[in-house]
Design a protein around this ligand. Structure first.
Ligand SMILES: [Zn+2]
Length: 126
């Protein structure tokens, strides 16, 4: 039996375990193009990790994923920004107070660029 292995395609019960009103597992068509210019599409489960390369069914060469990188953003958490991390440690109100305090120090010449320093004492930065 020439049974082709569908790498990446999860055929079988696994995809259906988690049905939340979805009719069958979502599928995606992934396009590939080999260096001979053959293009073809592979049907994969939406959950499958899309391989960057696939063997060309016509000439056997390695074909590259046309899309470059598959849409994968949906399952990924949005990247944490510095602001997010900051907010995990301080509330905005706290930050406002700190800012006010620092601004006063800055205006008083206590901190800030050296050429603005009026006093000689150096303060360690936060
Ligand atoms: Zn080919």
């Amino acid at each position: 039996m020439a049974e082709r292995t569908l790498r990446g395609a999860r055929l079988g019960g696994q995809s259906f375990e988690d049905e939340r009103g979805i009719e069958f597992a979502a599928r995606q068509q992934v396009g590939y193009k080999c260096s001979n210019g053959h293009t073809f599409e592979i049907t994969m489960s939406d959950e499958a990790e899309v391989p960057a390369t696939w063997e060309c069914p016509r000439c056997g060469l390695e074909a590259l994923n046309v899309a470059g990188t598959a849409p994968e953003a949906k399952s990924e958490k949005p990247a944490r920004t510095h602001w997010d991390m900051l907010l995990e440690r301080r509330s905005e109100k706290e930050l406002e107070e700190i800012l006010k305090e620092r601004l006063e120090l800055l205006r008083g010449g206590e901190i800030g660029p050296a050429h603005l320093h009026r006093s000689t004492k150096r303060r360690a930065s936060v």
